[in-house]
Design a protein around this ligand. Structure first.
Ligand SMILES: *[C@@H]1O[C@H](CO)[C@@H](O)[C@H](O)[C@H]1NC(C)=O
Ligand SMILES: *[C@@H]1O[C@H](CO)[C@@H](O)[C@H](O)[C@H]1NC(C)=O
Ligand SMILES: *[C@@H]1O[C@H](CO)[C@@H](O)[C@H](O)[C@H]1NC(C)=O
Ligand SMILES: *[C@@H]1O[C@H](CO)[C@@H](O)[C@H](O)[C@H]1NC(C)=O
Ligand SMILES: *[C@@H]1O[C@H](CO)[C@@H](O)[C@H](O)[C@H]1NC(C)=O
Ligand SMILES: *[C@@H]1O[C@H](CO)[C@@H](O)[C@H](O)[C@H]1NC(C)=O
Ligand SMILES: *[C@@H]1O[C@H](CO)[C@@H](O)[C@H](O)[C@H]1NC(C)=O
Length: 209
């Protein structure tokens, strides 16, 4: 069995090992959380055109197709743009760990599943563009935590339910495009959103005054 006298040494070793796990950067720079989150994102997407073929460890993740990082020094992922790639599959909740993200652009694919509520953890997020996919479920109220959101475009999907009233808290929102089956008119039920000029609300493809 374990020799008691070696326990402190073992504890120290475990401490050192656990610290290696949370080292700031990957071996070639950047935050390890970012690369792990990107790989998780890739793992739940189906990619018939090979749009994610550059997402391998030969290249630094800041060079992966559709990925933009803030700068050479920090190398944190700020943008994911994978529009028009015939991607299907779903959006991994791990996207909520890419804490520097400002843009998620995934429009014109065939992505299904739901909008992960974990996106609400992305407080720097400015644009969430999921138009023209096969996403179902409801708009998560958690998106109201994305206080820097200026553009929320989730129309042309299979979303249902109503627009969460919590989204009224999004003071920077300029464009909200939704198309939700069974949604009653915005003017009546989402007065705050509509009244908060200059937001442009587009239900389906029809502008609403
Ligand atoms: C890496 O990023 C994660 C998530 O943003 C954060 O919790 C962690 O502190 C970062 N690590 C370093 C060393 O910056
Ligand atoms: C990794 O991506 C690069 C750039 O697209 C490509 O040239 C290389 O063949 C890929 N490596 C693997 C192992 O897939
Ligand atoms: C890199 O980006 C971070 C945060 O976006 C910023 O604080 C830092 O000054 C930038 N560094 C350089 C060298 O631009
Ligand atoms: C990333 O996100 C997932 C799902 O939201 C969570 O279970 C996991 O603990 C997170 N990992 C890190 C390293 O933050
Ligand atoms: C993307 O989807 C929109 C909304 O359905 C559609 O109007 C547009 O033509 C599509 N763009 C392309 C390049 O397919
Ligand atoms: C959604 O927001 C609620 C309340 O802020 C929080 O408790 C919950 O953990 C969030 N869910 C996710 C998946 O982040
Ligand atoms: C939100 O945007 C403002 C103005 O661009 C910026 O100063 C602030 O740091 C941003 N907040 C977050 C959490 O990124």
């Amino acid at each position: 069995m374990v020799d008691i006298s070696s326990a402190p040494l073992l504890a120290l070793l475990l401490l050192l090992l656990s610290q290696t796990q949370i080292l700031p950067a990957t071996s070639d720079g950047g935050n390890k959380t970012d690369i792990l989150s990107l790989l998780q994102l890739k793992s739940t997407l189906i990619d018939p055109l090979g749009a994610l073929s550059s997402w391998n460890q030969t290249l630094h993740f800041c060079q992966w197709q559709g990925v933009t990082c803030n700068n050479e020094t920090e190398q944190r992922v700020t943008q994911i743009d994978l529009k028009l790639n015939q991607l299907s599959g779903s959006i991994s909740p791990h996207i909520g760990n890419l804490s520097f993200l400002t843009h998620i652009i995934l429009n014109n694919n065939t992505i299904s599943g739901e909008i992960p509520p974990e996106i609400g953890r992305l407080t720097s997020l400015q644009q969430l563009v999921l138009v023209q996919n096969s996403i179902s479920g409801t708009i998560p109220p958690n998106l109201s935590a994305c206080s820097n959101l200026t553009m929320l475009r989730v129309g042309n999907n299979g979303l249902s339910g109503e627009i969460p009233t919590q989204l009224c808290n999004l003071m920077n929102l300029q464009l909200l495009q939704v198309a939700i089956s069974g949604t009653r008119p915005f003017r009546h039920h989402h007065r705050n959103i509509v009244d908060a000029s200059p937001i442009i609300v587009i239900a389906g493809e029809r502008p609403h005054n």
